[in-house]
Ligand binder design. Structure first.
Ligand SMILES: Cc1cc2nc3c(=O)[nH]c(=O)nc-3n(C[C@H](O)[C@H](O)[C@H](O)COP(=O)(O)OP(=O)(O)OC[C@H]3O[C@@H](n4cnc5c(N)ncnc54)[C@H](O)[C@@H]3O)c2cc1C
Length: 449
């Protein structure tokens, strides 16, 4: 059943889900066949960010930006891939799986009670799956230029092709959009207050990324902030902290995202919505026995595969299997820059100063496959724990690394000792050959007297 105001008044549900993005969709799929009565609330797109405004359009645009496709052709292909932001297929799937879909914003009004469009719905378990929202840039003049300032949603759904784009923030979205827009010929400036791009990754990763952005013609301005903005006709004039003024057509703000916990009515059940949700490893909110959080809102990473993982964990608990936790597997992420960046486990910066950790890094440089295929450079950094003798983290950038990452994830999740891993063969000539010397160096460090 999918209606704006379905007949819910006398119905009690086993599971109420607020938000219908990737996390909620995965949860409903996982609970298929469980016999649990599920109600899902969503005022906007069923499917949420990933298929319509985030992962899918960004990957389609990145592909076309480096394949000689024209802007107009790209817009057509992208909009076909994102189903012209029509969520009917997603809504139908939820309903076919037996969920009741309420196309309304929902708010918690007390323990086990959710209000949508004036109706109170009783739920036994409540799952918050409300996603995240981009942080806004609080600088002088921003209110007068709102039509010139883009969020990532705007940058990935627009039909306009700016000639000059200023991107504020050199994280995942800033990096991906730099390659997209420079690939289509825009003059891109990337402003970042830190001293290097993607500054939580290993320095070797930042170096390769900087060189690649440079080759793409992106003007990277590290150590600078945007401090004010004013309108000049159809353009924005942005003043940087160093005093320079840049005139651009659009400004993309990409300075991180925060969990959507405010205005949900969490205070009515004793949870402070202005703070990160206090989650148990099971995904349950500590203060409330039947309240769960999955996906971006959980504060446990912002990736679709994580949202899917959370859904699997919480589904297990809802059907009583109760075997898994959010941290049972290592976190992994890819940034689809050119070349792609991989991050496994804690970041390079998180591990600095940890005496239990040994690390080793290597450039892809002259490995045979890089030479035969004339590949761009890369760098891989691996870290292992002395106490376990196992890999704990990886940070890398390089061609095909988004596929190489799976080998590292299995090694970390399988807790295979470095002593054993360094004996394995990598086929010749593959990108994976880079693993061999790094593992052998880690082994030498781990066994040094
Ligand atoms: C530009 C960009 C590129 C990305 N690329 C990748 C990628 O390549 N790979 C990857 O793994 N991840 C990527 N991500 C991250 C990924 O999109 C998110 O991690 C994922 O969409 C999170 O899913 P979710 O269900 O938690 O949230 P969402 O998809 O945001 O869904 C949350 C839903 O909750 C709804 N909602 C909010 N409040 C209420 C309320 N009160 N009542 C009812 N409904 C409500 C919202 O309308 C929304 O539809 C990208 C993100 C961005 C921004």
């Amino acid at each position: 059943m999918s209606e704006d105001r379905p007949d819910l008044a006398d119905r009690r549900f086993d599971v109420g889900v607020i938000g219908a993005g990737s996390a909620a969709e995965a949860l409903v799929r996982e609970l298929d066949g469980s016999g649990l009565a599920i109600v899902v609330f969503e005022p906007h797109l069923v499917g949420g960010e990933c298929p319509f405004l985030a992962c899918m359009p960004s990957k389609a645009m990145l592909h076309d930006a480096s394949s000689g496709t024209s802007w107009a052709e790209m817009v057509e292909r992208r909009d076909t891939i994102v189903e012209h932001r029509d969520d009917s297929a997603h809504a139908e799937e939820l309903v076919e799986l037996g969920a009741t879909l309420v196309r309304q914003r929902a708010q918690i009004v007390g323990p086990g009670v959710v209000r949508a469009n004036g109706l109170d719905v009783q739920v036994r378990h409540l799952v918050i799956a409300t996603g995240s929202t981009e942080n806004s840039l609080d600088i002088d003049g921003i209110d007068t230029c709102s039509d010139l300032v883009w969020t990532s949603d705007d940058a990935l759904s627009t039909t306009e092709q700016p000639e000059r784009l200023l991107i504020v923030g050199a994280g995942v979205i800033g990096a991906e959009c730099s390659f997209i827009y420079s690939g289509f010929g825009a003059e891109v400036t990337l402003v970042h207050p830190g001293d290097r791009v993607m500054d939580r990754t290993a320095p070797g990763v930042s170096n390769v990324l900087s060189a690649s952005l440079d080759r793409a013609g992106v003007n990277v301005r590290c150590g600078e902030r945007a401090v004010s903005i004013r309108r000049d006709g159809d353009c924005a004039v942005v003043t940087l902290s160093g005093g320079e003024q840049l005139t651009v057509d659009r400004v993309l703000v990409a300075i991180g995202r925060h969990a959507n916990t405010v205005s949900l009515g969490l205070e009515t059940i004793g949870v402070d919505g202005s703070e990160p949700l206090p989650l148990e490893p099971s995904g349950r909110v500590r203060s409330e026995g039947s309240l769960w959080a999955i996906g971006d809102v959980s504060g446990h990473g912002q990736y679709t595969h994580l949202a899917n993982h959370h859904a699997r964990v919480v589904a297990d608990h809802l059907v009583g299997t109760q075997t898994r936790g959010y941290d049972d597997v290592t976190q992994v992420g890819c940034v689809f820059s050119k070349p792609p960046i991989i991050e496994v486990g804690p970041s390079w910066s998180d591990l600095q100063g940890d005496d239990d950790v040994v690390a080793s890094g290597l450039d892809l440089g002259d490995f045979p496959r890089a030479t035969t295929d004339e590949l761009e450079d890369g760098h891989l950094w691996l870290a292992a724990r002395r106490s376990t003798g196992c890999l704990v983290a990886a940070s890398g950038i390089g061609p095909k690394f988004d596929e190489l990452v799976h080998a590292i994830v299995f090694a970390v999740d399988g807790a295979i000792p470095v002593a054993r891993l360094q004996m394995s063969m990598q086929p010749f000539p593959t990108i994976g050959e880079i693993l061999g010397p790094i593992l052998r160096d880690l082994h030498a460090q781990l066994t040094a007297p």
